[in-house]
Design a protein around this ligand. Structure first.
Ligand code: ADP
Length: 463
């Protein structure tokens, strides 16, 4: 079975940094060494040719016009100079007999030193001793030939060997510095990236345990990490809202149910105990109360499904045509209350969740009808701007107190006037309306005056 080994992000990052820098350092050093050594070899070969010329010139100069072997001290001087440059020199006559030779032990030392150096620098250097002869004096009996012996095809003298060693040493130091730097930078980067991720892990564990409160404070300049932090924070926020919404809902409904249930209970007890007669009128009133409670239970269902889980299924539809169809469904109640509805404005195509927008409009229209007096008017107005599609529902009904305008969108909130007018509302409709409008990225505005009427204006973005 395949073993599932897990390596932390930190270790992975450091390993990749080291691998990349090792690869870069090795390739750079190899290329640099190749270029430098090639150039250097060229330089050394040219230098060798120049030195050869100089030595030959010096020996020729020592001979001058004479054919006799020059002064030994002078030749030793030239010989020493040649040794410094890596050449062992001697002068032979036409029978290859040695006329003069630079101290053989000095020359031997010098050549074996060079051989040793070259073999140390190039492990498989195929060098050998090379001899070259230059005719100095061609006079028959006194013919003299200068023999230069050196280690070839090229060689480095001590200064050059030092230079090469220093170069290698510099490369080594460079490689070590690059490696150390890559570990340090790797650690730094790994900490920067993994630090916030550990915080996110910590936070998700807290969320798992139901603690949604503290948000992740840190930010990161890594785009993905920033998005991750943002997502986790908003996840915690959503979960917290949902939890507090559920708590608030349970508390509010318990409160809302308690009074009618207590009154149902006491009325039924009075009937059972024979204090009240169970006549048709009383039973009907109890029945209506039960119907109201049933409606409230239905409202809880829709509120929970809307507020908790708004999944929008958007499509394009003609808003005016859609609103018109809904208005037709309200015909009988409008007729009953003798309310006239005017629908004005253009017919824009709206891209939104048709059913949910229908729910918004139905709630606004039924409120407008509910809170309008008989023989009045409801105006529906559609408007289109560059960015938004706007529709409004205006009634000339009871109106809303200024102080209450912001509260009516809270679920279960009902104004005093609406309670007093016994409209049988439950205070849930506008909470649903607001959730749907917000889920579409829009907003809802209310203009109202007590006794004069109200206007609910819904702004929905086109995109
Ligand atoms: P309800 O079922 O009580 O109408 P809503 O959430 O739809 O619940 O409305 C909340 C409260 O806002 C209502 O109880 C009422 O007091 C007030 N309200 C809503 N629409 C209007 C309106 N058109 N005119 C006056 N008051 C309104």
């Amino acid at each position: 079975m395949k073993k599932n080994t897990q390596i932390s992000l930190k270790v992975k990052l450091i390993i990749s940094y080291i691998t990349i820098s090792l690869f870069l350092v090795i390739s750079l050093i190899t290329i640099a060494r190749y270029i430098i050594y090639n150039q250097f070899e060229d330089y050394v070969l040219k230098n060798q040719a120049k030195n050869t010329r100089q030595i030959v010139e010096q020996v020729k100069k020592a001979y001058g016009n004479s054919t006799k072997l020059p002064n030994k001290a002078l030749l030793n001087n030239i010989g020493q100079n040649a040794i410094d440059k890596g050449f062992a020199i001697r002068i032979e006559d036409k029978n290859d007999s040695i006329l003069w030779c630079m101290d053989p032990s000095l020359c031997g030392h010098m050549l074996s030193d060079i051989e040793h150096n070259m073999n140390r620098l190039y492990s498989n250097f195929s060098g050998d001793y090379v001899e070259k002869s230059y005719l100095i004096n061609s006079d028959g009996g006194n013919q003299a030939t200068l023999i230069l012996r050196y280690y070839g095809p090229f060689y480095y003298n001590n200064t050059e060997v030092e230079f090469i060693s220093m170069l290698n040493y510099t490369f080594l130091i460079g490689a070590i510095v690059a490696l150390v730097l890559s570990v340090v930078i790797g650690l730094f980067m790994a900490n920067r990236i993994s630090g916030p991720i550990y915080k996110v892990i910590d936070k998700t564990r807290k969320i798992e345990q139901g603690n949604y409160k503290d948000v992740i404070e840190i930010t990161s300049n890594t785009k993905e990490v920033k998005q991750l932090i943002h997502s986790v924070n908003s996840l915690a926020n959503t979960l917290e809202n949902q939890t507090s919404f559920k708590k608030r809902l349970a508390r509010d409904y318990a409160h809302e149910f308690r009074t009618p249930l207590a009154s149902l209970q006491s009325n039924l007890e009075a009937m059972i105990d024979g204090i009240w007669e169970a006549d048709k009128e009383r039973l009907e009133s109890l029945y209506e109360e039960i119907l109201r409670l049933t409606r409230m239970v239905g409202n809880i269902d829709s509120l929970v499904s809307v507020e908790e889980n708004i999944v929008l299924e958007k499509s394009n539809f003609d808003l005016k045509e859609f609103i018109n169809k809904i208005v037709i469904n309200f015909e009988s109640i409008l007729f009953e209350k003798k309310i006239e509805v005017q629908l004005e404005g253009p017919s824009p195509v709206l891209y939104a969740d048709k059913d949910k927008i229908g729910q918004v409009f139905i709630n606004l229209l039924s409120n407008a009808i509910k809170y309008s007096k008989e023989n009045s008017l409801i105006q529906i107005h559609i408007q289109e701007t560059k960015k938004n599609i706007i529709f409004s529902v205006k009634d000339y009904g009871i109106g809303i107190e200024k102080a209450e305008i912001n509260l009516i969108f809270e679920h279960l909130y009902r104004t005093d006037q609406s309670r007093a007018s016994a409209t049988g509302g439950s205070g849930v409709g506008l909470a649903i309306v607001k959730s749907i409008v917000l889920a579409h990225g829009g907003n809802i505005e209310v203009r109202s005056e007590v006794g004069k009427g109200s206007e609910f204006i819904v702004h929905l973005p086109k995109k």
